[in-house]
Design a protein around this ligand. Structure first.
Ligand code: P1T
Length: 381
């Protein structure tokens, strides 16, 4: 089935009792049992709720996997994967990651005795050199947040397979419409569903998909044991978001492509980071593994400073200054003081997050209005 058809139909059929085209929302915490231990597949909503089942099935179908799991945040999903590890295990991670992921790794899991090596993931030799006898997991984002670096998923998968390492890809920036890591050899795909999947900046949610039955068992155990599970209304909203994901992604990609070119040609702009630009170092890999270059981009002004970025961010009107991304509305942010503030300044700088870096989540508004808005703010800098 093609992706657009899947978006509309994934996860459910019309409801058999009433014929309702949309699945009902099951506002219940518990389920009656015929006799102790005899139930109809659901006993308590932390372990399972039919509204969540529909969404988990839809997410798994969109990513081409067999098992889907949803969480009350993207970080809940990251945490669920990390809980498959034990003290003494080692993780190889991309060095450009969402600040919250980096914080969880360094501040929560390192003290439990799990080791991390953060690398650029730019060649087989670099990845091989980071692998230790205790390496159990490789964690990558691609494109990365916020510098839009591209990691070759197939290359990572080949190396991980050789060493028996589980490869996890945070696919948040691409969405399941533009990139499917499992098909490229990854073991687990992760999403902050808060972003493109929800699509309307009205919920916080995370998701995982795998086709590996043993991993799935362990993820399900961690999901129900730690309990970072979403409520039924949020599951319904996310399912509703999925139904237009293909339409929204098309508009995000088109608008972001035009805005990247516009910024690249602008007199006030020094550097644009967008994988769709032929000059981007990851352009060819992105073209190979993605079906469109996404709706996110970052850039630096010619006079690259935190102060100048602040002037720009205070002068946009349509691009509102806010964390998060992937909603229908355009957002602008300052990673150094917002989404990536929990990363030490020297680590940020080493990974290309300058104090003047500006990140845009390009929405689905009219692109000429968006460019006019950007131009007006740029001319103040
Ligand atoms: O916010 P939450 O749903 O818990 O997801 C965390 C997360 C994980 N991975 C990536 C790539 C992300 O971008 C995020 C959340 N990011 C933002 C809030 C942000 O503005 O970048």
């Amino acid at each position: 089935m093609k992706k657009s058809t899947l978006c509309v139909h994934a996860g459910h059929e019309p409801e058999p009792v009433t014929g309702a085209v949309m699945p009902p929302v099951f506002f219940t915490s518990t389920y009656v049992q015929k006799a102790p231990g005899e139930h109809q597949g659901y006993d308590y909503s932390r372990a399972g709720n039919p509204s969540r089942t529909v969404l988990e099935k839809a997410l798994a179908e969109l990513e081409g996997g067999n098992h889907g799991f949803c969480f009350s945040s993207g970080m809940g999903a990251v945490d669920c994967v990390l809980k498959t590890l034990s003290t003494g295990d080692h993780v190889v991670a991309m060095n450009d990651l969402y600040g919250g992921t980096y914080r969880l790794f360094r501040q929560s899991y390192e003290k439990l005795g799990i080791g991390f090596s953060f690398i650029g993931c730019s060649s087989a030799a670099e990845i091989e050199a980071a692998i230790q006898p205790t390496t159990r997991l490789m964690w990558i984002e691609t494109p990365t947040n916020p510098t839009l670096k591209v990691v070759d998923i197939e290359l990572c998968a080949q190396i991980c397979k050789k060493h028996g390492i589980v490869l996890v890809v945070d696919n948040t920036f691409a969405s399941p419409l533009l990139q499917n890591p499992l098909a490229l050899g990854a073991d687990v795909v992760m999403h902050s569903m808060t972003k493109y999947i929800g699509g309307h900046s009205d919920l916080i949610m995370g998701g995982l998909v795998t086709s590996d039955n043993r991993l799935a068992e362990s993820l399900f155990f961690n999901q129900k044991s730690t309990g970072a599970t979403p409520g039924p209304m949020d599951c319904y909203l996310a399912l509703r978001g999925i139904k237009t994901l293909h339409l929204r992604m098309k508009a995000h990609v088109e608008n972001a492509g035009q805005i990247a070119q516009f910024l690249q040609g602008h007199q006030k702009v020094a550097q644009v980071y967008y994988p769709g630009l032929p000059e981007h170092p990851g352009h060819l890999i992105a073209a190979k593994q993605m079906n469109g270059f996404g709706g996110m981009l970052s850039f630096e002004l010619k006079n690259n400073s935190a102060e100048n970025a602040r002037i720009f961010l205070l002068n946009t009107r349509l691009f509102v200054l806010a964390e998060s991304l992937g909603g229908v509305e355009s957002l602008a942010s300052h990673p150094a003081s917002m989404t990536h503030a929990s990363i030490p300044a020297e680590v940020r700088l080493a990974n290309g997050i300058s104090d003047g870096l500006i990140r845009l989540s390009v929405g689905v508004e009219d692109v000429e209005d968006l460019m006019e808005d950007l131009n007006a703010a740029l001319m103040q800098c």
